[in-house]
Design a protein around this ligand. Sequence first.
Ligand code: ADP
Ligand code: TPW
Ligand code: MG
Length: 581
Amino acid sequence: MTALAKIVHTAPEIEAEPDLTDGFHLVIDALKLNGIETIYGVPGIPITDLGRMAQAAGMRVVSFRHEQHAGNAAAIAGFLTQKPGICLTVSAPGFLNGLTALANATTNCFPMILISGSSEREIVDLQQGDYEEMDQLAIAKPLCKAAFRVLHAADIGIGVARAIRAACSGRPGGVYLDLPAKLFSQVMEAEAGQKSLVKVIDPAPAQRPAPEAITRALEVLKSARRPLIVLGKGAAYAQADDAIRALVETSGIPYVPMSMAKGLLPDTHPLSAGAARSTALKDSDVVLLIGARLNWLLSHGKGKSWGEPGSTKFIQIDIEPREMDSNVEIVAPVVGDIASCVQALLDGMGQGWQQPPVDWIDTLKTKREANIAKMAPKLMSNASPMTFHAALGALRTIVKERPDAILVNEGANTLDLARGIIDMYQPRKRLDVGTWGIMGIGMGFAVAAAVETGKPVLCVEGDSAFGFSGMEVETICRYGLPVCIVVFNNNGIYRGTDSDPTGRDPATTVFVKDSRYDKMMEAFGGDGYHVTSPDELTRAVNAAMDSSRPSLINAVIDPAAGSESGNIGSLNPQSGIKKKA
Ligand code: ADP
Ligand code: TPW
Ligand code: MG
């Protein structure tokens, strides 16, 4: 049989079959053609082979334990690299697990593509109960920037190209790409397949601001007595680091960084007003927003945080024209990409630029120094159990000594206090809960930060926050990533001291007392540490980071030290029913 088959196959009169390709290979080729080298996901029908083949084709495929964390990894990969991060999931439940991350990416303006396999259209549309049946495209649409479905292998190139362009151009965001199971096995001629692929040229084209917008902005800025620059995570994303630094230093205008913009200029920069934030916002008369929205994080640009109504004029640089006037009037909208807009402002300032009045700079400097001095003793406390401040004082020194490490941070007190206490020195080194204040980004962000940058990662996690993605310590161990997790273990959410008034159950905000999160890391072969003092914490973090091994430090924090909701307790509604005296 074998010999005959061979003869038949090699017989000259039989035409050689053309080389073939299929949906699986075309998806991989389309991503690779566009410089995408990493996929974050969870395997299963119908995308198991896609992951295998991508790995075989030299792509990095990072398999998670839950899609939400793979999605968060993809989202932050997008933020760090300006290329859309890819998350790959199975149909309905896997897709839904990834969707939270896609919506969060869109909310934060991170470019990301969620690629999900889906069930048979004919069955789904007639609601006949297919395996993991769901109209995924319809569900994704309102939650992301754009959503596409590809039905024919010949359209994969265009589908991927559209997804990339939608994710990266203008205001970046999350894109959903629906790939029905049948697509993957569709076959076509390899040559035609290659020709159908599209390399996206200039996925995020420069958008230069109108010259009159720049003139207007400079006029307003010149009129200021107490000007302020607010740098947001859009400014960090834009990778216009040198131009932004030059703008701050040439203009001599003090700046306040939003959380993920910390480090764009070092927090120790003389023009940093971060430690005098309240005074800076309240007393400024002209504010230049660069890649920061006037949302809740900036008190919507009005109210107590901003001084007398109408006393602050806003200039705003943003790529999204509809962002202008979203909360208050923007007297000088500058629509364009941050690199071009900042450069245009710098060019317009020219030689004769007048620095802001000295008394304004001095006011902020005095306030900053007073706030730093007030904080200093708390950071040095050796009390046992540790306070948040004492533990963060130790970590602040470590980050100063290791400025290229990436800091991932989530929790309530653990987040708000770390943001204020830990100075950052380099751009895009602080990754956190972003616009939604979402818990659960920790391990996904940590994995992608390590994979995309090759730098060491330090995660500072509330014990509740860590629990949202804690199972991914196995992923961190499996891939051997240089991630050091510090769990601030105060036995609960905000505090570990609540009790159920009826005495029946644990309070809703507390966890098992004195848990040993370090043992979770040891379970998968990583290193666990258990510390109760700032000195022990310092030694453990240094040892962990020197080893470059997956490590988890269980840092015991005083259960009574935290406050409800961290710094945003004012957003917590209180019962309208007054208690009887
Ligand atoms: P933060 O939370 O740090 O204040 P936001 O997420 O609210 O930051 O704002 C980021 C803003 O940056 C968004 O309005 C987004 O449109 C904008 N943005 C993102 N990338 C760019 C870019 N390259 N050029 C201009 N604006 C950008
Ligand atoms: C997806 C609500 C905000 S902060 C937090 C929760 C549950 C945890 C705070 O406890 P933690 O920090 O991490 O121990 P600490 O230091 O104050 O004790 N679900 C989601 N997102 C949010 N924001 C919540 C719930 C929340
Ligand atoms: Mg806690």
